[in-house]
Design a binder for this molecule. Structure first.
Ligand SMILES: Cc1cc2nc3c(=O)[nH]c(=O)nc-3n(C[C@H](O)[C@H](O)[C@H](O)COP(=O)(O)OP(=O)(O)OC[C@H]3O[C@@H](n4cnc5c(N)ncnc54)[C@H](O)[C@@H]3O)c2cc1C
Length: 606
């Protein structure tokens, strides 16, 4: 079984040469500590931890899975020790404010850490990942007392967090949530109900687990307007910040699932459990959006991570395994046959994986700068800045989550294909990547729901196309600047064509939706995928532009590295970007071919 190697060269290329993170950090109130030396040291040390501690637990964690013993969940062997190392290394508080025991580094550094951890071992990374969402919810919506009680142990990693939304009857449509919260005389609430599919809902890694729970007050309005948000600790905190009495929340079962088997997915029963309201009554869903947005960007990483891991392993295999001779003539005459890597069809698969992994990573790092500015606005109490960057990030979030996780699945499957039949055999690990990755398009809002959020809410309803106009203007300005460079001109021309087309498609869909409301839903996924391909094209062109410049002047990397960047960008434009045109065509097809059949006439069975 191969192991994970942190792609530090690519990460540093993006940070230092493409997106000027050193300059960016100098503009942030949290950026003073993020000097190039510190950033470098953090990346190197995190890479080492992921390679040496998390990667070796990837396959064993999958084989062993989690167990429910006497109502308590046990994680696979080695997870507790790895978690202790993680917590004692201060990794959980990397981007948390210093007043709560964090290291006060910019939010983006947390994302770089999450990417490496998630690629080395996605199941493991979910435990601290959900805690981050809980921490962010408390930072933004918790009372002073709640922040004092919960944040420090969460930041230190002594306690962990969960996100409890889903119930048996609803995952997407949270307006159907039934869990009840009855007010008590002492100001707390008593929660009763069942949540399912709760990641990290119970485990043996931390001394306490803080559940962030959606529930309904007795006289709450129906639907999403009647949902409130609560903190429900597994153990009630004592006044001195310790762990007290056991609360009425128990794990009723562990889901048996296709992948991420070392991540505990729990049924949680709330039986007169004590809870504390976060934020105003009946505004729980708005407060929960903080958590969901954190989780969505976190889940977008699950598109890039598996693409990277699967690519690393497929590349090694394609260099070693031999099969027949290359069509253009023998490449390894001293060997019995040429290595797989010399066959163009294998290159198609490898280059697709590479373009997805590196293009996806760059999309995430582009967005992480916006997240930094948003957090910075919060810290400075500058609501205008918060709203500005929230809008920009809000437009990109469904694209990152929906598009990158769909492509992550493709890349993982291609990696398995490179291995041929051996990819299907467990010992090589390729089928595990496929199984582990599959969930990414499902949780934190399915691809279809991300697509509706993008097209229905953010593009049509909230901005009437303005979000697309704003983003494409930026892309077009970039493209115009590079029209005169012979190596970049084809990409720049293509980008100019696509930015025009993206706006035109938005107007066409908007007009069609006025006549037939089903069009928003029938066009949404194609619109999201189209948006993803064009956004990735922009991000690949930015990498190519830096590579061309550095080939001329010299940079931090080798000439071969920059040539590889340029070649991958050209591959993306020629081989992957044309898919956008298919999505452009299908999104304009009327909804009636989908909707004309009566629901009762869909089946051919008796
Ligand atoms: C391993 C795992 C871990 C999870 N972790 C958590 C967790 O930590 N916390 C938590 O609360 N939940 C968690 N979930 C739940 C997950 O977020 C939900 O399963 C997901 O949001 C989808 O909800 P659902 O399963 O109820 O599907 P449904 O909502 O029933 O959707 C079914 C299908 O219908 C589509 N659909 C639904 N409504 C519409 C619509 N209006 N228009 C168009 N299409 C629609 C969906 O896109 C989907 O394809 C987890 C799930 C799994 C499997």
């Amino acid at each position: 079984m191969p192991s994970y190697k942190a792609p530090l060269r690519d990460m540093k290329f993006l940070l230092n040469e493409v997106f000027d993170y050193p300059g960016h950090y100098r503009t942030l109130s949290t950026g003073a500590n993020a000097t190039p030396d510190i950033v470098d040291a953090v990346l190197n040390e995190c890479g080492r931890f992921c390679e040496e501690v998390l990667s070796p637990l990837y396959q064993t964690g999958d084989e062993e899975g989690c167990r429910l013993e006497d109502g308590e969940v046990r994680t696979p062997n080695g997870f507790r020790d790895a978690y202790q190392q993680y917590a004692s290394g201060g990794w959980q508080g990397l981007s948390a404010p210093e007043e709560f025991g964090g290291q006060g580094l910019p939010a983006s550094m947390g994302l770089f850490k999450q990417e490496m951890m998630g690629t080395a071992n996605w199941s493991f990374s979910m435990y601290p990942g959900l805690s981050l969402g809980a921490m962010n919810t408390l930072f933004l919506h918790g009372s002073d007392e709640q922040q004092q009680t919960y944040l420090e142990p969460l930041v230190e990693g002594r306690w962990s967090g969960t996100m409890c939304l889903t119930e048996p009857q609803c995952g997407t449509d949270l307006g159907q949530v039934k869990t009840r919260a009855e007010p008590r005389a002492d100001g707390s609430y008593q929660l009763t109900g069942t949540k399912i599919f709760i990641s990290s809902g119970d485990h043996d890694l931390t001394e306490n687990i803080i559940h962030i729970v959606l529930a309904r007050l007795p006289d709450a309005p129906k639907g999403t307007r009647g949902i409130s948000l609560f903190i429900v600790p597994k153990f009630l905190p004592t006044p001195d910040g310790g762990v007290g009495e056991r609360n009425g929340v128990t794990c009723g079962g562990l889901e048996k699932k296709m992948g991420i088997k070392a991540s505990a997915t729990c049924v949680l029963n709330f039986d007169h459990a004590t809870g504390y309201l976060i934020g105003p009554e009946n505004q729980g869903l708005e407060c929960m959006f903080t958590f969901m947005n954190t989780a969505r960007i976190g889940t977008a990483i699950q598109g890039v991570g598996p693409a990277e891991l699967s690519y690393q392993w497929a590349l090694d295999y394609a260099r070693e395994r031999r099969s027949m001779r290359a069509l253009s003539g023998k490449k390894e005459p001293e060997q019995v046959a040429d290595a797989l890597i010399y066959h163009a069809d294998v290159r198609r698969m490898l280059m697709t994986q590479k373009a997805i992994a590196e293009g996806g990573r760059a999309m995430l790092y582009y967005a992480a700068r916006l997240a930094d500015h948003m957090v910075d606005g919060h810290m400075r109490g500058d609501q205008e800045a918060v709203d500005k960057y929230d809008d920009k990030l809000g437009f990109l979030t469904p694209i990152l989550k929906g598009f990158l996780t769909e492509l992550g699945n493709e890349a993982a499957n291609l990696g398995m294909q490179v291995f041929g039949g051996h990819g299907y055999i467990r010992e090589h690990g390729m089928e595990q990547i496929v199984r582990d990755t599959r969930i990414a398009t499902l949780y934190e809002g399915t691809t279809g729901i991300q697509a509706l959020d993008l097209l229905g809410r953010k593009v049509l309803l909230m901005t009437r196309g303005g979000a697309v106009r704003e983003f494409t203007l930026k892309v077009a300005n970039f493209a115009r600047k590079h029209l005169t460079n012979s190596q970049l001109r084809p990409m720049a021309l293509e980008l100019l064509k696509l930015t025009g087309q993206w706006n035109w498609l938005t107007v066409r869909v908007m007009l069609a939706a006025r006549k037939d409301r089903d069009v928003v839903s029938s066009a949404a996924t194609d619109f999201l995928m189209y948006s993803g391909y064009v956004t990735m094209a922009y991000i690949w062109a930015r990498q190519a532009a830096v590579a061309v410049a550095k080939l001329d002047t010299g940079g931090e990397e080798s000439e071969a590295f920059y040539r590889a960047k340029l070649a991958t960008a050209e591959f993306y434009y020629q081989r992957l970007l044309p898919r956008a045109l298919g999505h452009a065509t299908t999104m304009l097809a009327p909804a009636n071919t989908m909707m004309q059949l009566e629901a009762g006439d869909m089946a051919c069975t008796r």
